[in-house]
Design a protein around this ligand. Structure first.
Ligand code: GLY
Length: 357
């Protein structure tokens, strides 16, 4: 008889776990009152573990790189039968607008290179050649040739379709207590909702605002890669889409709402303009805010909480990036195995604060 599994949470993590588990023969029911409406819906979709690397964060880099490596096959499997690609760019370019940023880029390149991953420092002339639409202040760049970008909304659709085709049953029933679920196993993938169902899980919301821009006839073409930079000390990124650009993202530690503020939109547009002066020609299609489920050490929580419950939550800024490695790690845990690459994210590291059952 098929082993039964409840997945609580229908963002990219819950959906991918449900899909992969169903394919392994589990009988899966996914619980979410509004699947795909949280952080997964708002996300930019850049997969940039190397560009976001920083000395001292070896585990974050290793986990992100392990997931990036899985993305091409993971995406291809999801795209089967679809007429559009999930991928909207195949590399990323982080640019420096001043000397301090240029020093940081060299530091990242050296450190990431020492960890065994390839990135290239590129000068102003090369940047002009690669991305002629970037602004005159751009003085140095860091090119990551393997960093893809994914359309998060197409991804949600593809995951839902594939999960359904694999036999996953969807329900919008609200789960109030994991003990109400009668399946053999439970995966808790409810993002910021997870501590309500399992007290003590160390998650906090970090709000982010993001803009979606559309092309218009005659506008300056969008960059062909994901462009990242720091402007006035704030991180800014432009992620290509089939018909425009996603522009992100603000970061607030204190706000727990999903309202879009005037100041946030002002900063996003001003910072993007420093990277790409022609951004003002685009249509402003959407402004949205989401809450990133962050942990104290920027690694997610992927591990066994009890004989029956596995957690997969707390993916912070990297939910889309970490989707494939998390799905593999959770399916391994359900089968009584562990995925070595995801051991650094084992929720056991917070055993002193997470409630036992
Ligand atoms: N994934 C990028 C961000 O959270 O802003």
């Amino acid at each position: 008889m098929a082993r039964s599994l409840s997945v609580v949470g229908g963002g990219v993590i819950g959906l991918s776990v449900a899909w992969r588990a169903a394919r392994q023969g589990w009988s899966v029911r996914l619980y979410d009152a509004a699947s795909g409406s949280g952080a997964s819906w708002v996300a930019g979709g850049m997969l940039a573990p190397l560009s976001e690397g920083w000395p001292g964060e070896e585990a974050v880099l290793g986990l992100g790189a392990a997931s990036l490596e899985r993305w091409p096959d993971f995406g291809k499997e999801l795209e089967t039968g679809a007429d559009v690609s999930l991928f909207t760019s195949t590399s990323s370019l982080t640019v420096a607008l001043d000397g301090a940023d240029a020093d940081d880029l060299r530091k990242i390149a050296d450190w990431v290179g020492a960890q065994g991953y390839d990135m290239d420092i590129v000068d102003r002339t090369k940047i002009r050649e690669l991305e002629p639409v970037l602004g005159p202040k751009v003085r140095l760049g860091l090119l990551a040739r393997s960093e893809l970008a994914v359309d998060n909304r197409l991804l949600l659709d593809a995951l839902r379709q594939n999960a359904r085709a694999a036999g996953v049953e969807f329900t919008d029933e609200n789960v109030r207590d994991l003990d109400d679920l009668t399946t053999d196993q439970v995966v808790l993938a409810a993002g910021l909702g997870a501590p309500r169902l399992w007290p003590g899980l160390p998650l906090r919301p970090v709000k982010g605002e993001i803009l979606r821009l559309g092309t218009r006839p005659g506008v300056t073409p969008a960059p062909t890669r994901t462009i990242r930079g720091t402007v006035h000390g704030r991180p800014a990124y432009l992620v290509p889409r089939a018909n425009g650009i996603v522009l992100g993202a603000t970061q607030y530690e204190t706000d727990e709402d999903t309202q879009v503020t005037v100041g946030g939109v002002r900063d996003l547009i001003a910072d993007a303009e420093a990277l790409m002066p022609a951004i003002g020609e685009y249509e402003l299609k959407e402004a949205a805010a989401g809450l990133r489920p962050m942990t104290p050490d920027n690694l997610p929580l992927i591990g066994r909480l009890s004989d029956r419950v596995v957690v997969a939550a707390g993916h912070g800024r990297n939910g889309i990036l970490l989707t494939p490695v998390t799905a593999d790690a959770v399916v391994a845990l359900l089968d009584g195995n562990t995925l070595v690459e995801a051991e650094c994210a084992n929720s056991e590291r917070f055993r002193n604060v997470v409630r036992k059952r």
